[in-house]
Design a binder for this molecule. Structure first.
Ligand code: MLT
Length: 253
């Protein structure tokens, strides 16, 4: 099989810099595309609500523009919601799927209300306040103790996002649909990666997806929480590399 293209989809409220530990490290096994979802990074062109379908449509347009036929889709957290939205609409464009620290279900009513509050807070309190509150939720205790420079750069990346982008994504996540019913009919190889200490996406959400998706494998990274690709980059990259190499060698469907 030809060399795969790996499309990396960041989470909330992040941008392409999330994938710094992957972009160079995996360049020998795949062509890598790591875009900013609309409004993240440059803060431009964001409507009031960005649904997961809207982000997926932007990615489809990007692939069309670059004439990339099929990709290995890799999304972390909100990026995973976007990856499932993409797969639901354009399954023929997906060669394999990597779902990191994410889930298939929709929000509860309480969860939806919290999203709308986050959208309001982005303007009223400011994104840096949201970013500061998120740091202890997205990084494990071990990461926070041992890697102060990573903690600072993650907080800075989140704090730099525009209130418009943060609010639009929050509203979009609030209205996302439950993708659980599609899991049983996914017929591409799926790698599920999570952190052993992810409290935002507890391990049970990943084991449930693993049980529901026929051609799936689950990798749980010790010492990592929600940003597992940054917290345990070697193990994360090894899991992705294994999948990409098996795809290239044709030992996977
Ligand atoms: C993310 O990391 O993208 C968010 O935690 C996702 C979410 O809030 O559901």
């Amino acid at each position: 099989m030809p060399r795969p293209t790996l499309l990396l989809i960041h989470g909330f409220p992040q941008d392409h810099r999330l994938w710094a530990p992957q972009v160079q490290a995996l360049a020998d096994v795949a062509d890598i595309i790591a875009p900013d979802l609309r409004g993240f990074g440059d803060g431009k062109g964001v409507p009031t609500v960005m649904s997961m379908d809207d982000y997926a449509s932007d990615l489809k347009a990007l692939l069309d523009e670059r004439k990339v036929e099929r990709v290995v889709l890799c999304g972390l957290s909100m990026g995973g919601y976007v990856a499932l939205a993409f797969l639901a609409r354009w399954p023929e464009r997906v060669q394999a799927l990597i779902l990191c620290n994410t889930r298939s279900n929709a929000d509860t009513e309480e969860g939806r209300q919290a999203r709308l509050e986050t959208a309001r807070n982005a303007f009223d309190k400011g994104v840096p306040v949201i970013a500061r509150g998120m740091v202890p939720k997205v990084l494990s205790g071990k990461t926070q103790r041992e890697r102060p420079e990573l903690v600072a750069s993650v907080e800075a990346m989140m704090a730099q996002q525009s209130p418009d982008a943060v609010a639009a994504a929050s509203r979009g996540m609030a209205e996302r649909v439950d993708r659980t019913p599609m899991l049983g009919s996914i017929d591409v190889p799926v790698l599920i990666i999570t952190g052993a200490h992810d409290e935002l996406m507890p391990l049970a959400t990943s084991t449930a997806m693993h049980a529901a998706i026929p051609h799936s494998r689950l990798v749980v990274l010790p010492g990592a929480a929600h940003l597992s690709n940054m917290e345990a980059p070697e193990l994360f990259n090894q899991a992705v590399r294994d999948l990409l190499q098996e795809l290239t060698q044709g030992t996977l469907a």
